[in-house]
Design a protein around this ligand. Structure first.
Ligand code: CTP
Length: 367
């Protein structure tokens, strides 16, 4: 266990040593002075380096190769998987310098255990709260021991609703929670895939290091993010509830209440699923969703054909407990080879497993 000088403001080495029953390192010289160059030994002994919480300061040092304390020295000597759980004040987390440093470390192979929103040490509430230690442990263990079914595969997933602004304070949205897309992202990631999750506004969080989350708000932003990520993806799963229409003009100021009725002119958004299907090469597989309230199978089959998707996941809102705002779902999977498979009402994590296994079978991925 290694602690930084800043961590010593919060906790003493003796408490940590007593509670964890492990030796606590605090000083790079304590490490370097050791006869067997112990920082190298420590780096070799560990299966992984987990930095939790990872402050803006340590992230900055790691990104720039500064070794002025025990932890940053160990980081440079460590060739094992490195997990970082960023935790800091919201403004610090969103600062371009910190975001750039996280991006740099991610590109160098560090695995980011993304923070969520919640109560922060500085007394405010917002993004930057570290995941609970148990969640971090699970994520690290999963990443270190995950089965390899999708190892080497890049998966692009969309999730959640989109918000289409009307004026600076209002938007057109929908009731999607994003849960199905997040569960799919976690399932793919736990099976070894490198996942990019493009999500509309949602309070959901993910801790798995091989999920790269991109937050968007509008259908246009989701399209732009997907266009950028799709060329390198092997599989794309479009689980987002994308707005079909967006206001033609966004009012620059808040629309004041005046006449009895108000008309907002809307224009069609670009269909992201159909766009990606048009661009897809023979090595790419695109999976769409169909949310229906009537003539479900017929409509879903039409979507599969018209949008040229490989697989459509049909959700009927007529099935109690399925679709939006539920922890459970019931889906029918339809593929372009004419196969149709209807599942049962299950927890969305289990439904995600079924969908992912179906995709693996469709693509004949067996390793
Ligand atoms: N979709 C998309 N881009 C849009 C609208 C929908 O990528 N602008 C995707 C969804 O993510 C989903 C699929 O298209 O994978 C089907 O979405 P759905 O709302 O069921 O159907 P629509 O195509 O929007 O048609 P309709 O609303 O008329 O049923």
């Amino acid at each position: 266990m290694v602690v930084t000088p800043n961590a010593l403001h919060f906790v003493t080495p003796l408490s940590l040593q007593t509670l964890s029953q492990n030796k606590v390192y605090t000083d790079p010289f304590q490490i370097l002075e050791n006869v067997d160059v112990e920082h190298i030994a420590l780096a070799e002994w560990a299966d992984a380096l987990v930095v939790a919480p990872a402050t803006a300061n340590i992230i900055g040092k790691f990104a720039h190769g500064i070794a002025d304390d025990a932890l940053s020295t160990l980081f440079l000597a460590c060739s094992k998987p490195v997990f970082l759980a960023p935790a800091m004040n919201t403004k610090m987390l969103h600062h371009p310098a910190v975001q750039q440093n996280i991006h740099t470390l991610r590109q160098r192979g560090c695995l980011i255990l993304e923070s969520g929103a919640g109560y922060l040490a500085c007394g405010t509430t917002g993004d930057g709260r570290m995941q609970e230690p148990e969640q971090l442990c699970d994520a690290v263990m999963q990443a270190l021991t995950r089965p390899a079914l999708f190892t080497g595969k890049k998966v692009l997933i969309t999730a959640g609703p989109t918000y289409e602004p009307i004026d600076p304070v209002r938007f057109i949205g929908n009731f999607s929670s994003g849960l199905m897309g997040f569960r799919l992202a976690e399932t793919f990631a736990s099976l070894g895939a490198d996942v990019t999750l493009v999500t509309g506004p949602t309070h959901l969080t993910t801790a798995l290091p091989n999920i790269h989350r991109i937050n968007v708000q509008t259908a246009a932003q989701m399209l732009e993010a997907c266009q950028k990520e799709f060329p390198s993806a092997h599989i794309a799963v479009m689980a987002a509830a994308v707005a079909d229409y967006t206001p033609t003009n966004v009012a620059p100021e808040k629309i004041k209440k005046s006449a009895k009725t108000l008309q907002i002119s809307l224009q069609k958004t670009t269909d992201i699923l159909a766009t990606l299907c048009k661009q897809k090469t023979k090595n790419q597989c695109v999976v769409g969703f169909a949310l229906e309230t009537e003539h479900e199978l017929e409509n879903a089959k039409a979507k599969l054909k018209n949008k040229k998707a490989d697989i459509i996941v049909l959700n009927s809102l007529r099935n109690e407990g399925a679709g939006f705002q539920h922890a459970t779902n019931l889906v029918t999977l339809i593929d372009k080879n004419g196969n149709v498979q209807t599942g049962e009402l299950k927890d969305k994590s289990e439904v995600a497993e079924d969908i992912v296994r179906y995709i693996a079978d469709y693509l004949k991925i067996t390793k």
